[in-house]
Design a protein around this ligand. Sequence first.
Ligand code: CUA
Length: 156
Amino acid sequence: MHIHKLEKIWLTIGITMLFVFLAILGVSAFAMGVKPPSEHHHQLDPAKVQETAPFDNPGLHQIGDNEYEAVMTAFTFGYAPDKMEIPLGATVNFTVTSQDVVHGFAIPGTNVNMMIVPGEVSHVTHTFTKPGEYLILCNEYCGGAHEYMKTTITVR
Ligand code: CUA
């Protein structure tokens, strides 16, 4: 079979392009594959929590009509901020991380019960429809004073 010279050139170019594309695909797939999984897993450095947004500005922030974001950190052995006042009827989105080890974040009598893992940001939402003092306590063993690790929030 006779192939025209021009056809031969185009065929060579086509095959070359195909290999170039395959090489690019292969290289980028390989580059993505070798990225350490921790880069996607950990959202922040526990040692730099106080400099990392939103934890550089802890506390209760109004985000809607009757909606608030409560930015809090857990540490051995307490929570920051220590006390919090929440308006009655408010829906609170808790955003919590740990500054050191694994802690708990539970409010007895509510649906709030989270494990706070260093490097991770945990979220839970609760609407406070009854006034009073609410206990936040740690239910993950975290060291000597674990059982004293607690704070209160006041709903009024
Ligand atoms: Cu923190 Cu137990």
